[in-house]
Design a protein around this ligand. Structure first.
Ligand SMILES: NC(=O)c1ccc[n+]([C@@H]2O[C@H](COP(=O)([O-])OP(=O)(O)OC[C@H]3O[C@@H](n4cnc5c(N)ncnc54)[C@H](O)[C@@H]3O)[C@@H](O)[C@H]2O)c1
Length: 255
């Protein structure tokens, strides 16, 4: 493994599980010093221990906690080079607009979008002081295409993450700070496996749209994050970085 991230300090929100955890492993394998932030102290602690990193218990919707997260990372390691703003939720009460109440709407906006605003707002001063940094915000393929199986607040939140990332990428481009939105396709997580094992028709309805005919593995998403975090992506900013198995490019998929 080339050590592209040797001694870079990387803060990962939602690093205790799924894509965040896979990325923590990948960052550590490439030489980074990893700081895990998560609401779940148990999985967060475990992930930090596994990758030889540090855990900071953080609710990403809490401005004070987010500010403290980056201050702690800098106090411990002297810098914040990489911010992977990845924590997010997809709760079942966020559904069709016809059935989704204002509370369910607001909760998802807070965790998925306001959190990214807070993370960017509070990490940027650290990066600006040193004139370098890479921010990767997790959006989704649903930020660029519509689904009849709606999760209306989730989709709107990810559209917001995409637009926010683009704007920051442009604003800070001449300060050595890159900001990209990562747009993963559906990922093969335990939750997804369980859902689709119970309901194969539901799985098929989605899989038919994936040219590759399968969902992503979290390690494949992590590989893209490591690339965006590294100097190999030195000319990539303000992008919508799709890692979706071709979904967003497809009209008719192979049989
Ligand atoms: N899994 C997919 O198919 C998929 C596809 C596209 C985008 N995404 C996005 O990728 C990101 C990660 O998804 P995942 O599938 O790895 O999810 P996951 O549920 O496995 O992990 C999310 C992590 O975020 C943490 N978290 C939730 N609320 C938090 C809060 N308020 N403060 C701090 N931490 C909090 C959770 O504790 C958990 O550890 C999310 O933003 C999600 O929307 C996922």
């Amino acid at each position: 493994m080339p050590e592209r991230l040797q001694d870079r300090v990387a803060v990962i929100t939602g690093g205790g599980s799924g894509i965040g955890l896979a990325t923590a492993r990948r960052f550590a394998a490439e030489g980074a010093r990893v700081v895990i932030a998560d609401l779940d102290a148990e999985t967060g602690e475990r992930a930090a221990e596994e990758v030889g990193g540090m855990f900071v218990h953080t609710d990403v919707t809490d401005a004070t906690a987010v500010e403290r997260l980056y201050a702690t990372a800098e106090a411990e390691h002297g810098a914040v080079d990489i911010a992977f703003n990845n924590a997010g939720i997809s709760p079942p009460d966020d559904d069709s607009i016809l059935d989704t109440g204002i509370e369910a709407w607001q909760k998802v906006q807070e965790v998925n979008l306001t959190s990214v605003y807070l993370c960017c707002k509070h990490v940027l001063p650290h990066m600006r002081r040193r004139g370098k940094g890479s921010i990767i915000n997790t959006a989704s393929f649903v930020a660029v295409m519509g689904a009849a199986t709606s999760q209306i607040s989730y989709t709107a939140s990810k559209g917001g993450v995409l637009a926010l990332s683009r704007e920051l990428g442009v604003q800070f481009a001449r300060e050595g700070i890159r900001v990209n939105a990562l747009c993963p396709g559906p990922v093969n997580t335990p939750l997804l496996q369980e859902l689709f094992a119970k309901d194969p028709e539901r799985a098929q309805r989605r899989l038919v749209h994936v040219p590759m005919g399968r969902f992503a593995e979290a390690t494949e998403i992590a590989a893209a994050v490591a690339f965006l975090a590294s100097d190999d992506a030195s000319f990539i900013t303000a992008s919508q970085f799709l890692v979706d198995g071709g979904i967003s490019g497809a009209y008719v998929t192979p049989l």
